[in-house]
Design a protein around this ligand. Structure first.
Ligand code: 0X9
Ligand code: ZN
Length: 439
């Protein structure tokens, strides 16, 4: 009997553990602050950890997205009414939108069965990377950027048509609920390996690409298996008392805990007990350091807001080669808009989105002095936010790839990224022409 009781208990623990948290009747409000006072009031409300702010109340924000549980909605509505704040409901039942985000299974017999009409689990993304190594043995090698708190690998691939070239480094999924990020990064991989577009083929050949689609693997799994959304669900899964997780984009050793970051483990911007306290950031930063002097371009993928951000997050000052970087970025965003007219805003992090420090891009630029560093905030502008519908995956990924190619193209025009392969190619071509002339 005792044994039966124990097994029922264990079974229920397992069931509870496996059950996904549901967001039935959770509401997403779009709030339009009309004065500095109203922004301040929203800032105060943000300290109430029951409400999940999908965007931050900053003076430049046209609106602020706040998700509320059914139990807390009355309080939010009273707050809005008392303070005379305009708002509208964007999602009346968040769970409906979660249900529409299909997660498909990747079929291992065919690397092309990774398609762009669904999201994928960590296991499937990693299996796909493994299969690419087998399918393209001369070009693709597996790379391990480090490990996670729960002991998972940060797995990536290197695409190289002959090692020793300048490096383009791509990092996604540091924030786990931003599912479009790993998807975009996988699409970049797919295009570099399979596209017949000449510009893409040249980009694949001219550089060594180091690509990590999911740099927060524990968090990604958590959003797939347990809780799709909540203010905590962008972080890693390290426990702190009864709380969980460090925001890995606040944990890098660059102006750590200086701005837009919190020392409180209960918040979504918890920067951790110290700079590089987390296995993910510590190991990945070591890995990046080991190839740092060869990196010409570093790209970090987040969502959402349709922005292309450039360092730094602690100051609105235009430091280093800001004008070149922004010029290249704006042109690239022009290229991004051609296909589906999607508009991005390009600019300094602190100026364009908000003050925030300890992010990967700031460390890569400030510490490793990589000349071109960008952080994408992918689709959309808030209609669906983190729950970007599956029909938008392909267009998002296509336009993003267009812009990556344009960054490379513009960078060359501005005197950056003149890869050794490009140089070798030009020298070979010159010799060819000279030979043709003399013969
Ligand atoms: O706050 C962030 O980490 C990023 N926005 S998100 O909505 N995806 O969470 C912005 C990153 C900007 N970069 C740095 N703060 N360095
Ligand atoms: Zn993010």
């Amino acid at each position: 009997m005792k044994f039966l009781k124990l097994s029922i208990f264990l079974l229920s623990v397992i069931l509870v553990k496996c059950e996904k948290f549901r967001f039935d009747n959770y509401t997403l409000y779009k709030i339009f602050p009309e004065s500095e006072i109203q922004v301040k009031l929203l800032e105060n409300l943000q300290n109430d950890i029951r409400f999940d702010f999908w965007t931050d109340p900053v003076p430049s924000a046209e609106f602020v997205l706040v998700m509320s549980s059914p139990a807390d909605t009355n309080e939010l509505v009273t707050f809005l009414e008392t303070n005379n704040m305009k708002s509208e409901i964007t999602m009346s039942n968040v769970q409906e939108h979660i249900d529409k985000q299909t997660v498909k299974q990747y079929t291992r017999s065919n690397v092309r069965s990774m398609t762009w009409d669904a999201y994928y689990t960590l296991d499937d993304i990693y299996a796909w990377l493994d299969d690419l190594v087998t399918a393209y043995p001369d070009i693709v090698t597996e790379i391990i950027g480090g490990g996670s708190y729960e002991g998972r690998e940060i797995k990536g691939i290197k695409i190289s048509h002959g090692s020793g070239k300048r490096i383009i480094f791509v990092e996604g999924g540091i924030h786990s609920r931003e599912w479009i990020s790993p998807s975009s990064v996988c699409y970049i991989i797919s295009e570099l390996l399979t596209s017949e577009d000449p510009e893409t083929m040249v980009a694949a050949r001219d550089y060594d690409w180091y690509i990590f689609p999911v740099t927060n693997p524990d968090g990604y799994i958590w959003t797939h298996e347990s809780v799709r959304l909540s203010d905590k669900d962008s972080k890693n899964r390290r426990p702190f008392g009864s709380e969980f997780g460090v925001d890995l984009n606040r944990n890098w050793n660059n102006n750590w805990l200086v701005a837009g970051a919190s020392a409180n483990p209960a918040t979504d911007t918890y920067a951790g007990p110290g700079p590089f306290s987390e296995p993910e950031t510590r190991s990945l930063s070591n890995y990046i350091s080991s190839i740092g002097d060869q990196i010409d371009l570093y790209l970090s993928f987040h969502s959402f807001s349709q922005m292309l951000l450039v360092p730094y997050g602690n100051t609105t000052e235009h430091l280093d080669n800001y004008y070149d970087v922004v010029n290249i970025g704006r042109r690239a965003m022009g290229a991004l808009s051609v296909r589906y007219q999607t508009q991005y805003v390009t600019g300094n992090i602190a100026e364009t989105i908000y003050h925030a420090t300890g992010g990967s891009v700031d460390w890569v630029k400030g510490h490793l002095r990589v000349p071109l560093v960008y952080c994408y905030e992918l689709r959309d502008r808030g209609a669906f936010g983190f729950l970007l519908p599956t029909y938008q995956i392909l267009p998002n990924n296509e336009e993003t790839m267009d812009s990556v190619l344009e960054i490379i193209h513009q960078a060359k025009r501005f005197g950056y990224m003149n890869s050794s392969a490009g140089l070798t190619g030009s020298i070979v071509m010159m010799f060819g022409l000279m030979l043709a002339y003399f013969l």
